[in-house]
Design a binder for this molecule. Sequence first.
Ligand code: AMP
Ligand code: ZN
Ligand code: ZN
Length: 322
Amino acid sequence: MGYRCRKCTGQSVINMRQHRLALCGDHFIEWVQKHTAEFIRKHRMMDTEDRILVAVSGGKDSLSLWSILLDLGYQADGIYIDLGIDWDLAETGYSKRSLDYALAFAHSVSSRARFHVLDVKGVYGSSVKEIASRGPAGARRKFCSACGLIKRHELNRMARELGYTVLATGHNLDDEAAVLMGNAMNWEIDYMKRQALVLPSSDTGLIKKVKPLARFYEREMAAYAIVKGIPYIVDECPFSEGATSLGYKEILNSMEKNSSGTKLKFYFEFLKAKKKGLFPNHVPPELGQCEKCGEPTGATGLCAFCRLIERPGRSIDHITQA
Ligand code: AMP
Ligand code: ZN
Ligand code: ZN
């Protein structure tokens, strides 16, 4: 309240304590775009020749990312993975409402970009909920890990099959810092080795993955979407309630309150330490190709995704690849 924009002395819409910077709407949009462009260049995420596929969830981060990339002049299309979450709740179900936001934005940029929707139930015959609930004890953790696995597999597969060279996700700093905290608390060294801003492509069919918004706080991305007039789904996935990652976000936020810049420091000092050799002799795992779907995998035979959807309980004969 009461802060003036540093650039024009107009009324500010946001005060970023960690940068000691308050900006008005126009200058905030300009600031976010400029820093995204610099971040992309610094980490060699993409260039204007790339065909970029943005993974769009209907939330503030991924819709803002798509909008920013288009404004910066990149060739960026969108894809929404319809996980079928609560489709039985007709108009109110989570996946349906998220899709509506993604569709509305896609429509607004239809002269500049294409939009793909992958319907998991339509392709594989079951929603994520049904796939995850097979086998013993349908705990939430199992749902979230099945959901993550399906998203990763299908995003890579679709990007590859549709000929995209880069897959961009909307992970923000709060997401990345919370994941890092979870990995550090449990000493998940293998996950920490893989946590990166850029994951390179591979001959086995991995598409290059990038996180162009990882330097922005969650509240900055919410402000961006609001100032830009991009409507987005505010609710979290109904299955994420009580998730440990949300707990880590709360802890990091309270630390940030006492000492602004904590999140930035925690995450970027980790990336620096990695560069300096925090994990010496790190060799990425060797990948082969899944016998069934052809996606890259560290497993022999079927990849984790194909094993998941092949679990007893239903036949896979009628599966068609989109
Ligand atoms: P989350 O894991 O939900 O925090 O999402 C992280 C990022 O994954 C988002 O910013 C999107 O880029 C992508 N994403 C999440 N859900 C979907 C979805 N249903 N379809 C496509 N991309 C998604
Ligand atoms: Zn201003
Ligand atoms: Zn497979």
